[in-house]
Ligand binder design. Sequence first.
Ligand SMILES: Cc1cc2nc3c(=O)[nH]c(=O)nc-3n(C[C@H](O)[C@H](O)[C@H](O)COP(=O)(O)OP(=O)(O)OC[C@H]3O[C@@H](n4cnc5c(N)ncnc54)[C@H](O)[C@@H]3O)c2cc1C
Ligand code: FES
Length: 255
Amino acid sequence: MARIFDAEILSNEEVAEKIFRLTVDAPKLAEIARAGQFVQVKISDEFTLRRPLGIASTLGGHVKIFYRAVGRGTEILSTKKVGERLNILGALGNGYTPREGKVLLVGGGMGLAPLLLAAEKFSTDVLMGGRNQGEVLFWQDEFKPHAEKIFITTDDGSYARKGFAIDLLPDILAAGNYSAILTCGPEIMMRGIAKLAHEKNLPCEVSFEKRMACGLGACLSCSIDTANGRKKVCKDGPIFDAKEVFDYATDNQKN
Ligand SMILES: Cc1cc2nc3c(=O)[nH]c(=O)nc-3n(C[C@H](O)[C@H](O)[C@H](O)COP(=O)(O)OP(=O)(O)OC[C@H]3O[C@@H](n4cnc5c(N)ncnc54)[C@H](O)[C@@H]3O)c2cc1C
Ligand code: FES
């Protein structure tokens, strides 16, 4: 059940250009959080709306969040200092389905945040894509203690394989024995991955992002159309079975 936590900031540091790792002391939140869930952070009294951010790690009762400074809210968050307190609502949403066997995590950019918690909790390999070396190196360090194998691509070829994560997927699936694919990142990436998973008859769960207001299922601002009718990303998601939200026959998304 979601609760409000008043959490002390333990660190808030820039790990790549405009990308920050925020760690807060929140043992109760860490205890209840499932991989794929998110929190709504109250950043300042200047904003009526909280900002949704994925829960990336819960080790040792510390909740880690990774965020890209893209607008006023995340810019202000990046100025918060160690020792300040943050008002956090969580854990929200449904989370990935726990599975037997090894799962393949496929993430692009900030989509790797909720997958890190999946790597802490499940047996995994991870395929990650980023724009350049700076945007994948810190993720590699974060995943190293948890994922068995790590496959990396960069858009500009400045590190590991040049290209997109999906380019490596056919070979990885051919060599591995996975019970499911869990993915988070740009929709176009997730749609391509879901299609390949479907062709291989593998379960695939995707993480959806919509602009959110309440985060609790009350305001309908995050509604999407799915194969099973209208759903709220904040409450029914953000994790969906890929079949529910993507149409493989036509390559079109359902919403
Ligand atoms: C369930 C969920 C989990 C998320 N997890 C993360 C995370 O772990 N790390 C992270 O960096 N970001 C995450 N986001 C996106 C994050 O919420 C937005 O980047 C943030 O709210 C922007 O706030 P702002 O005030 O800085 O920017 P604003 O001034 O509000 O907007 C700046 C830019 O960001 C875009 N933006 C704002 N909100 C969203 C959104 N919900 N989805 C996509 N684009 C948005 C706007 O269109 C605009 O272009 C998540 C979003 C959702 C819905
Ligand atoms: S954000 Fe209000 S219903 Fe989802």
